[in-house]
Write a protein that binds this ligand. Sequence first.
Ligand code: ZN
Length: 569
Amino acid sequence: MYLTKKKINGKEYYYARESIRKGKKVISKNIAYLGADKKEAERKMKEIINNRDDKKVLKPINAEKIMVKEEKKVEQKVADKKLTIDELATFCKRKGFVFKSSEIYGGMSGFWDYAPLGAELFNNIKADFWKFFVHDKENMTGIDASIISHPRTWEASGHIGSFKDVAVVCKKCKKSTKIDKSEVGKAKCECNGEYEVLGEFSLMFKTSVGALNPMDAYLRGETAQGMFLDFKQIYDTSRQKLPFGIVQVGKCFRNEIAPRDFLFRDREFTIGEFEFFIHPEDDDCKLDDEHLNLKLRLLDAEEQEKGGDKLKETTIARMIKEKRLGKWHAYWLAEQLLWFEKLGIASKIKIREHMKSELSHYSSATFDLDYEYPFGSKEVGGNANRGQYDLKQHAKFSSEKMEVYDEASKQRVIPRVIEPTFGIDRIFLALICQNYFFDEKRQNIILKLPAYLAPIKAAIFPIIKEEQFEKLARDVYHDLKKEFYVVYDSGGSVGRRYARNDEIGTHFCITIDEDSAKNKDVTIRDRDSTKQIRVKIADLRDVIRKLINNELVFERAGKIVDTRVKENE
Ligand SMILES: [Zn+2]
């Protein structure tokens, strides 16, 4: 018998485990739950062994049952208090959203894999970004540029010269981290210890291209440059006129000194961003009331320069009046907030204005869009006024004229640029935090993702193990599959199947019961309300589509079923 521990949501729990030889096989079994305190667990363990030595028969304990109970208790506690980043990572791993990259070899710091459900959610976010910022707009066009580009790109953009961090180690607690160059001599460790500077390191990932005369190249540190490099060709071929935008979503790489905080500071990550090209003298953007009256919480530069962190309620109109940003810049900041509203995370977004001292080498005004995660406020997006910096730099380094002929003003101009950016991985996490609930009554987690973002749109349950009903369920499944990502789930009690789908955010569970064959209908259960409706199989695809797109209220999509009995089956 030996002591073993299990990690649940980042906390350790102890069990007494025993290996018994059965013929040629050795079977290991948890035989007692010993609590969360190691010393206490060791004491209990000794007691069990002593009892055995006294030849007292140890009463068999159903350890598995206790473990399930304990896990539920822990999850309850997780929901009661604020989620920590470790608990979030554990949830994402346990439910198949995010895995550590190459975990069988111990993993790689700063690299993560989207697991099956995570990949679905991640793709749905990227698709919605594309729909919102490319397809739904008149003057936007999308590209997918290469990850490796000519190395001169990064000299021109300033990444080779200034895309560097300073590595430091705390003299007191020995923790190493990175700081910005401007913070050398000023920044202190969390423990109040002073930093010792280890050196300056480039954040660019170097690689070599070609076999015979290999050339040094870099994995892109931002997606922006691809859009600047292609700008003129797009202007010539896409029939866009100024102002117009180029959109891109894709992988970026930064050789971080100290990757940390799960999906926040990584070496490989996905950015969704666009460059909006405007005539340099044009700031005549017509904002409508939807943009102007948009309310937001702002941490302005003055407040930060005073050392404060008080937010103020303001509107886009007031920000323009206070000359914090130009009209086109304001328009795109508003559009970013409107996308967050669509995703359902806007209530926890705040805007932080950059102080003059922290503006990037290319920007004259920048805003961070921070999301209030349970473990702190963190940046999920940004919005920078890059001016003409990048196009002028590329003109200088490539000797290519980056100006275009603007029909309206009859001038050749180098446009100025507004750049809204989103960290797609960070939005992924914001969506999980925003929608993670523990339901006391149901005793399980419910991931209340909007249906259009949920990894699985519907789960189909046959509940009678007879060929005719299973065939009917299969037919329903195959028909829905033509249009949506749905699953066929026949394992365990119906209650268990509901719980399993609640936890991964499946909005609709469809059961095929004994009336289904006779009446050619099914029951749809709504994840959030647990209400159930009866819908004809012939109408099912149409109803599910309308429910996903919010074109139909659940209660009116079919005949309401009395569910008092059903949920406890
Ligand atoms: Zn320290």
